[in-house]
Design a binder for this molecule. Structure first.
Ligand code: CA
Length: 216
């Protein structure tokens, strides 16, 4: 899952980026509205965290520009808990909002809920034969035993599990699992797939030659 975090306060941006990368998300960042609008339109993020008060262009203007083209889930951050801001944000197509200051664990939980809603998952658990993926606790079990996956390995498993039975192209995986600072020409993806197969079984992820990967 790849997120865009838009925040002009450097300390907060750093803290959010660190926490969300620990959760296994690929994270891109923007510090002003213009850069945010460009990235949000250019890349298909799984969710965007968008601060309201930004230099160059406000979060609300970014949201309006985005909604003219795309339905990417957006959680707005506002320093002003004012009711009219919340209404403006929700009317303009924000999916959720959080008033500053907020607890980072609440932000984590809301992002998870936002992504789950937008992918149409009603339940937290996806059962794939002997493997069970819990998208709420971000854990995977094999025959009832918890399997230790890194956050990035988990992200790959969840992305494919949510789309089980469908072929997911390498391009799509790169776009959703790696951030703007990672080299998409390296073999990061193949390495991650092979580590997951060692832990969950050689047949857990099928390779479709030249086309991508699939959990059947
Ligand atoms: Ca701000």
């Amino acid at each position: 899952m790849r997120l865009l975090i838009v925040e002009d306060e450097p300390d907060l941006l750093r803290a959010l980026t660190r926490a969300l990368r620990e959760d296994g998300y690929a994270v891109d960042t923007a510090e002003d509205g213009d850069d945010a609008r460009f990235k949000a339109l250019e890349c298909d993020y799984d969710a965007i965290v968008l601060d309201w008060m930004l230099p160059v262009m406000s979060g609300l203007e970014v949201l309006k520009a985005l909604r003219a083209k795309k339905q990417t889930p957006v959680l707005m951050l506002t320093a002003k808990a004012a009711i009219n801001h919340r209404i403006d944000g929700l009317n303009s197509g924000a999916d959720d909002y959080l008033a500053k200051p907020f607890d980072i664990n609440e932000l984590r939980a809301r992002i998870r809920a936002l992504i789950r809603r937008s992918s149409g998952q009603a339940r937290n658990q996806i059962v794939l034969g002997d493997v069970c993926v819990d998208t709420w606790s971000k854990t995977v079990t094999l025959s009832g035993q918890t399997v230790a996956l890194t956050a990035r390995e988990y992200a790959l498993v969840e992305y494919l599990a949510v789309r089980r039975g469908k072929r997911v192209s390498r391009t799509e995986l790169y776009e959703h699992l790696f951030d703007e600072n990672e080299d998409s020409f390296s073999n990061l993806l193949d390495v991650r797939v092979s580590l997951v197969r060692k832990k969950l079984g050689a047949d857990f992820i099928h390779t479709q030659r030249g086309q991508g990967y699939c959990i059947p």
